[in-house]
Design a protein around this ligand. Structure first.
Ligand code: SAM
Length: 310
């Protein structure tokens, strides 16, 4: 959805757009190429993504001075803004989930297709890995997280099978245990039968849903008038959180008083956050080219400063 993302920042005021999930930098570079008045602050918690970004900057002089990167989890955005003395941003982009290199490199342990260690850490410095979740969580915790993080209806059976098969050391061994726990007729629909459980474990390892709300709120708070926050989600857990945070912001904008940064237009107020776009779905062309795009949803809100005379 690169064109939609680029277009979404066409109207934002000049300044810094935060790319909270830099990855390979595809979106960030497209935004920089399209809008000479914007700079990007790119965040990623993955050492490889940041090393790649630093290589990009070193090799392309047009990015120097316009692209700054930091290796942090995106809920530390407020600290990075403070460090860089950035008071307000022009917008932010969150392209959630894993990157292609994380999925494709077997040693990262994200993929049920390639044999690798049970890792799944986006941030290689963190303590919690998939091996810990798979081999040490109790059955009820496993069952709950598989159900909650991936809407997997066979969560209890899968959790039971995982506990019975411990110790599990590789991704493919885990995938086999999951597949065997799912009734044969259900294995034939809905993609690879281990996909949802791998997603659920990855979300637990990286605390993906726990930190999303705070990160979005920091971004919305820091966004200046006319700025936009855009989020690409890939599954229902993320989607629910983004919908809730955006609609809470919209409601706060309509209900709050002068004490809040969000004040309704009809009061003497100033700032108002509102949703400007319904979710977008990828084009059918993109769905054919990119399997991951199939489940993508794009949500955008814009923050406006409303001048009210006396
Ligand atoms: C889907 S990819 C982003 C792809 C990127 N938009 C591009 O054009 O290449 C997600 C990236 O965000 C990073 N990421 C995910 N959650 C994060 C978080 N909470 N904090 C920082 N980085 C995160 C991942 O490490 C991964 O590199």
């Amino acid at each position: 959805m690169i064109d939609e993302i680029v277009e979404c920042f066409a109207s934002v005021p000049e300044g810094v757009v935060v790319d909270a999930t830099f990855g390979l930098g595809g979106h960030a570079v497209a935004i920089l190429n399209a809008y000479p008045n914007l700079q990007i602050l790119g965040l990623d918690q993955d050492a490889d993504a940041i090393a790649n970004a630093e290589r990009l900057i070193a090799e392309d002089s047009s990015l120097q001075g316009r692209l700054t990167v930091r290796r942090v989890r995106f809920d530390s955005l407020d600290e990075v803004l403070e460090e860089l003395s950035i008071n307000e941003i022009s917008g932010a982009l969150f392209d959630l989930g894993v990157s292609s290199p994380q999925l494709d490199v077997a040693e990262r342990g994200f993929s049920y297709r390639h044999e690798g260690p049970l890792d799944m850490r986006m941030d290689q410095r963190s303590q919690l890995s998939a091996a810990e979740v798979v081999n040490n969580y109790d059955e009820s915790e496993l069952s709950r997280l598989i159900a909650d993080n991936a809407d997997e209806k066979f969560a209890r059976r899968i959790a039971k099978a995982i506990v019975a098969a411990r110790p599990i050391t590789t991704t493919t061994q885990l995938a086999e245990v999951i597949v065997a726990a799912i009734p044969a007729p259900a294995r034939r629909t809905g993609g690879h039968p281990a996909k949802r459980t791998f997603q659920a474990i990855r979300i637990e390892v990286n605390k993906e849903l726990e930190i999303l709300e705070r990160a979005l709120q920091i971004a919305i708070d820091a966004t200046k008038s006319g700025g936009r926050v855009a989020v690409l989600t890939y599954h229902s857990g993320e989607n629910r959180i983004v919908k809730r945070v955006f609609s809470d912001s919209e409601r706060d904008a309509n209900e709050s008083t002068h004490a809040s940064p969000y004040v309704h237009e009809s009061q003497s107020g100033v700032r108002r956050t509102r949703r400007v776009r319904a979710p977008k779905y990828p084009s059918s062309k993109e769905q054919t080219l990119n399997r991951r795009a199939k489940s993508a949803r794009m949500r955008v809100i814009e923050k406006t400063l409303v001048e009210v005379g006396n």
